[in-house]
Design a protein around this ligand. Sequence first.
Ligand SMILES: [Cu+2]
Length: 509
Amino acid sequence: MITRRTILKTVLKGTTALTTVAIFIGLPSWSRASSRMTNRLRIPEQLKGTLKDGVRHYDLTMQKGSMPFLTGLTTPTLGINGDFLGPLLRLRDGENVALNVTNQIGESSSLHWHGMHVPAHADGGPHQLIENEKTWQAAFKVKQKAATFWYHAHLMHKTGPQVYRGLAGMMIVEDEESRRLDLPSTYGVDDIPLILQDRAFNRDGSFRYITHMHDIMAGMRGETILVNGTASPFMPVTTRKVRFRVLNGSNARFYQIGFSDRRRFHQIATDGSFLRQPLETDRVTIAPGERVEIVADFNVAKPVKLVHIPIVPQTGGMRGGMGRGMGRGMGMMESFDSQPLDLLEVRPEKSLKAASPLPAKLTDVPNFREQDAVKTRRFVLDMRMGPGMMRGGGSGERFTINGRAMDMNRIDETVKLGDTEIWEIKNDSPMAHPFHIHDIQFRILDRNGKQPGPEEQGLKDTVRVHGGETVRIITRFEDYADPKLPYMYHCHILEHEDAGMMGQFVVTA
Ligand SMILES: [Cu+2]
């Protein structure tokens, strides 16, 4: 009989450390029989900016704060214009914006506009460091299809802890098309942001972050789900149709969202655009960094929960020469999120405002033709366990892309402005990694040679690559060239990113 222990020993490369195995076996159960949702969902304040000489200005201050997440306890936090997380930024395609970010957290940070097509100097990655008590301005023209984006700290080796403490927020970009479409769009009423995060706590109420090697290996997970910084949230609903903009803002946890009564709903958007048409479904998977928009119908006075449906480990990636035992082990390595979770209780009122049916067509999703690609770049993701992982919070060369850990002083790839390229991402490790590319939006060409499902056929900036899988994406690099300042590509499990699973590319004219 193959035991869990022998499988893990087989799977984990570079170690047989029993302590590591014990950590896996000792995983706590996150299942909660029937959680009571007692706190009204917080809705982030909207920041629409102020127009000055044709430029829309947004003022953001990163600051220290505290939150009463758990009854009777106070959690020290970080926030933007508030105690935890930041305001919702509303941007319009075609507008010039200036995002003024002041750092008052007592240490260096940076703020990255995840998914946004911006010049490298405005990207907010590790090279746009904001020292304590300094202000940094990101100025650019919004060139974006309507969708849901987000911003978060992106400091070298510190993205994980800073996002965990609260340095993140949602952005909505609108364009002419989105303003014309008859979709639920009253913010906080029938257009609801849902920032999903999980947190672990110490007894004194403070956040607990990385206490075991396992927290780096699997990524940092916690047993408490926060939605927009609300534990055990409920939301009163006054309309029949509600649109949820779901952002997986967790450091490492994957969610498969659906409803407790298995009702069907429509997915209308991926990371960077609407889908061509609404997609009827009963569940959608969302990895760290990814966004989806869904529209659900509710019945008068009938509460229902938005839940995480346990993720059945993927084995599709195991075809292509991998041994069977290896495949089973890999499945287990992907089963970190196999416990059910309640995310949000939706409480429809006694009378609900009627809503029109969803538009039959949402948008034309930009396409890139494979025959236009001038180059295929290959990226191999890998991770190795071993002693010394905890030293200095990093792990040297254990989390790699193409055999190398991230180095701020090394440009890994040089892309020519205007080129269409295919990026082939191969995952040589036993667990799934969400691969994110700065600056651009892409289409997924295939997974192990197979077309992606309809739920992934919008624009994307983050793609799940399962253990043993090879995913090909296609994109075009436009508008902005800078031979010196690079953009990042990386795993969006933030502990993996911080430990080295990241690389840099420049776009040259
Ligand atoms: Cu990863």
